[in-house]
Design a protein around this ligand. Sequence first.
Ligand code: NAD
Length: 482
Amino acid sequence: MSIQFTKENRLFIGGAWQRTDATLPIEDPSTGEVIGTLAAGSAADIDAAVAAANAATTGAWGKLTAAERGRILAKMSTAVAAEAEALAQLEARDVGKPLKQARADALALSRYLEFYAGAADKLHGETIPYLADYTVFTLREPHGVTAHIVPWNYPMQIIGRSVVGALAAGNAAVVKSAEEASLTALAFAQIAQACGLPDGALNVVTGTGEEAGAALAVHPGIHHLSFTGSTSVGALVQAAAGKNAVPVTLELGGKSPQIVFADADIERALPFLVNAGIQNAGQTCSASSRILVERGIYRAVLERLGERYRALKVGAAIDDLDVGPLISAQQKARVESFRSLGCKDGLAVAGEGNIAASAPKGGHYLAPVLFADVPPDHVLAREEIFGPVQVVIPFDTEEDAVQIANATDYGLVAGVWTRDGSRALRMARAIRTGQVFINNYGAGGGVELPFGGVGRSGHGREKGFEALYAFTRLKTVAAFHG
Ligand code: NAD
């Protein structure tokens, strides 16, 4: 098969592609041009998708063995890898991300499919020693219909870690993709269909959060909800799902620190310190938006970071420079307001990137900026900006570093740079977060590594084998046999 970009997109419900009267524009963030339309799914479309998913759980999909499910996912993994370039081109155009990042996302989706294909038939319950005359065991059963509300920043990766795990565990999924970027979610549905995923096992409803998303979160026919997005909307959907006592996984925002001690390998750290802040134009939940540096090396590290910033080039996704555009004019205005606040409050700019002359005029470009000597209680050091803005903060002692690292309401990821192994482990224990990286940041994004937050960064874990536990429910069977 070959993924084609179609200007008019449809909903994918019960294995059929359906039109809607209402549509949403698709904008290319690199040019600001409208390049097509998305179907604007309604509450009625969500009803139809949930019904189709429910039917799939007792139909052809529900009757497959775990190994058979795994085989379909493995086939999809191969197909995604074969289509990786077409998927990357689509994602680059839709999200504005530089092609190398879009290619990495497509390969990550293939890898999620490979990992969960292999895991599908290795998920099982246990036997429990109990009273004489009893045999007790647990069954891991799929929830039934899982709902997945997906943001625009990494559609392929988030589908990989959320939807694919749910399918591997035997659920049928309803995906509400983001209004700003849905093209690869629809392409994923095409691939699933071509690879023989039974009708209704996967449904994709594009549309607004306020209509389609809200209808899905409160739907009495869903049995689990995975939400990835902002903390404010996460709180809304959790409350909505709570009306039906539906379990929820929330993957929300962050304000993740990297902490650099004076004994660190600075040459190794430097690219991680900058890239983790500007990747995907800073529109990454696990972006490292705070850099904490021990005072003894603070000025020297700041100078090196500034040099790197001055070399950053911003341009169209297809030009594949260091940084692409922001997703929308609205997002650009929001990030600009944080930058202006930093300047108004007299924060020093230690480095700024450059917008390439080739960047199309209508695109949503913003030069990345690095602010120095930022007080830990300043709004730029506390709030998620979701753009290419990093702050650098000096610290004096290990305790000081922990205190600053833990001084936000978020807790998603942290990086610790030191050659002192004992200190690295003390820091890993002391930081309030979901993941800690020692002498690296992100570990290459490994699909095997459980991921999720604490506090306002959310709860529950996706990725790795761990995710499969959330996509199943446990049933205990106690048999008395005399
Ligand atoms: P968002 O919360 O605005 O939207 C996310 C999704 O929710 C979209 O599909 C949207 O249509 C839907 N939505 C909006 N309003 C809704 C409502 N009332 N009911 C139901 N659904 C609704 O977030 P965004 O701006 O698309 O994404 C950016 C945010 O996502 C950032 O805060 C970022 O940190 C976070 N994020 C977190 C992770 C993670 O894994 N922790 C990953 C990616 C993004």
